[in-house]
Design a protein around this ligand. Structure first.
Ligand SMILES: O=C(O)CCC(=O)C(=O)O
Length: 272
């Protein structure tokens, strides 16, 4: 049963302190294009999320082995995925970066193992251009770096040996400047690179314009992430599309979730 949803904005007892904390941290997120909030999940949320990702890797369908999309569709069995989508820290960041009108454009979990990085391409520095507004759709009066961001949850202690995501702080405000792996040699910490251990249950917020890369996981343990992406209305839904029989994909609102959803979740999930 979906029990978390209520029709008010205040869904979590901890929302007010998190809003206050985010107001303090937000200038750093604006400046750097990345913000790591350590150990935000409760032990119960963390355990539920770990169990949810284990389940998804074994049972959820889809074209990818180690990436499973539309996590909110598993709400009956694993309501934690909806809880993370609506987490007050992610929502607070969305309000401050994007304004009041934003929606969910991706909701996935991924597993990165030593032998199989789930998406090898992302080990090269990149921006998440797939989440940029399509040509001609960018809002004229909004800076390009205020259109979308991802909220990525780490589900295990993630030492450098597990290849936590590395970021170039400030690179989201440098226009067309491009970065490659030659700018920061792999496996080393350098000035200008955010590369650090990330504790279990942490939230990594990063602007879709911030250059970043995944590191290699050199350990025996999988590196699991839950990643939800939020964007202004000009950005279309991307990685939560359902394949149709004719080879195309479409966004299909998840009616069982929407039937019980809070106002915020309805805003996030309704078709645009
Ligand atoms: O940490 C990783 O493996 C890469 C994450 C990434 O590049 C992304 O989510 O866009």
């Amino acid at each position: 049963m979906l029990v978390l949803h209520r029709d008010t904005k205040a869904q979590f007892p901890s929302e007010a302190p998190i809003m206050t904390a985010m107001a303090t941290d937000f200038p750093a997120f604006e400046r750097d294009g990345v913000l790591i909030l350590d150990r935000l999940l409760t032990p119960a949320q963390l355990a539920a999320a770990q169990a949810g990702v284990d389940w998804a890797m074994a049972h959820a369908g889809g074209p990818h082995r180690w990436i499973k999309q539309r996590s909110y569709e598993w709400h009956e069995r694993h309501p934690v995925f909806v809880e993370l989508i609506e987490h007050p820290a992610a929502i607070a960041a969305a309000r401050m970066l994007l304004g009041e009108d934003f929606h969910l454009i991706a909701a996935q979990c991924s597993r990165n193992t030593r032998d199989d990085h789930y998406a090898p391409g992302v080990m090269q520095f990149h921006q998440d251009a797939v989440f940029f507004p399509k040509p001609g759709r960018a809002p004229a009066d909004v800076p390009a770096n205020r259109c979308g961001f991802s909220a990525m949850w780490t589900l295990q202690e993630t030492p450098l040996a597990m290849g936590p995501t590395e970021f170039i702080p400030g690179s989201h405000i440098q226009g067309d400047r491009r970065y490659g792996n030659d700018d920061f040699p792999a496996g080393r910490s350098s000035d200008g690179l955010l590369r650090r251990d990330v504790p279990a249950g942490s939230l990594i917020l990063f602007n879709h314009r911030t250059w970043h890369r995944g590191g290699p996981n050199t350990t025996e343990q999988p590196r699991d992430l839950v990643t939800n992406a939020y964007a202004r209305p000009e950005v279309e839904k991307v990685q939560i599309l359902t394949p149709r029989g004719d080879g195309t994909e479409a966004y299909v609102p998840c009616e069982p979730v929407l039937a019980k959803a809070s106002l915020m979740l309805s805003q996030l999930l309704r078709a645009r």
